[in-house]
Design a protein around this ligand. Structure first.
Ligand code: ZN
Ligand code: ZN
Length: 260
């Protein structure tokens, strides 16, 4: 029986995402936006080899989440879990083992329980994931345009929350993106801004939250200091630890001890 749940990121942002969850028995990769070579390099950095990956979970088909999924699966053969809407076999090409995720149903991969959560994002069938091992719950929540009541309900109780703080509203408005892209990113099916992220935290059971990681921070439309300032406003008295995920380094292992 494993004793700790660990999580790390190989990188987070619009140039590539990959998150690893490992309870000592089962090692999951959630999304893979990097080439196989880059992934091998980044795995080495956190003390893993590609053969350690038991399965890949996919949130949606945007390139920053899916670019390396099929090539990695062809080379190392982990099964890929993906919603039917996100899975375009013509585009992705053959993969040795594909499981279609029912977005409304929990399932297990080895020792981990996985719960998909549908989110509003401009892709075919996007979802985010809650992963639980021995009552420790990790919530991954990026790539959504707004926080729905269902998201609030599902993410209320987590020990570790990986939360998108994509942009600062003023930086996006005054930034270099063309008008249409600003509309997309800031829209209802785009990405969470710092205030929206803070809004979700307000509705959470904070005494249960041990680690908060600020994720998918835009390099052009945000600064980590602005994201931290925004969420701190609603974290008064909170005693957990805050972490920042960045594009090149992701974040190093965060460990949560299992309860039984
Ligand atoms: Zn993304
Ligand atoms: Zn996306």
């Amino acid at each position: 029986m494993s004793t700790a749940l660990q999580i790390a990121s190989l990188g987070s942002g619009s140039n590539g995402n990959a998150t690893i969850v490992d309870d000592g028995e089962t090692c999951l990769l959630i999304d893979l936006g990097f080439s196989v070579k880059e992934t091998e390099k980044r795995l080495r950095r956190i003390g893993k080899v590609p053969q350690d990956i038991d399965a890949i979970l996919v949130t949606h088909e945007h390139a920053d989440h899916i670019h390396g999924v099929a090539p990695f699966a062809r080379k190392y053969h982990p099964p890929v879990y993906i919603t039917p809407g996100s899975h375009n076999p013509q585009k992705m090409g053959l993969m040795p083992k594909v499981h279609h995720v029912n977005i409304h149903r929990k399932f297990t991969i080895g020792s981990l329980e996985v719960e998909p959560v549908p989110v509003p994002h401009d892709s075919a069938e996007p979802c985010q994931y809650l992963v639980t091992a021995n009552e420790i719950k990790i919530g991954l929540l990026t790539d959504l345009g707004h926080v729905t009541p269902f998201v609030v309900q599902q993410y209320r109780c987590c020990e570790i929350l990986l939360l998108e703080c994509n942009h600062d509203l003023a930086m996006l408005a005054n930034g270099p993106y063309p008008y249409k892209l600003k509309q997309r990113v800031g829209g209802n099916q785009g990405h969470l801004n710092n205030e929206q992220a803070a809004g979700l935290l307000k509705s959470m059971q904070l005494d249960r939250l041990e680690h908060l990681v600020l994720m998918h921070i835009s390099e052009k439309n945000n600064k980590s200091s602005l994201a931290v300032d925004a969420v701190k406003q609603v974290l008064y008295g909170w005693t957990g630890k805050m972490h920042i995920a960045d594009q090149s380094a992701g974040f190093d292992w965060i460990t949560c001890k299992l309860k039984k």
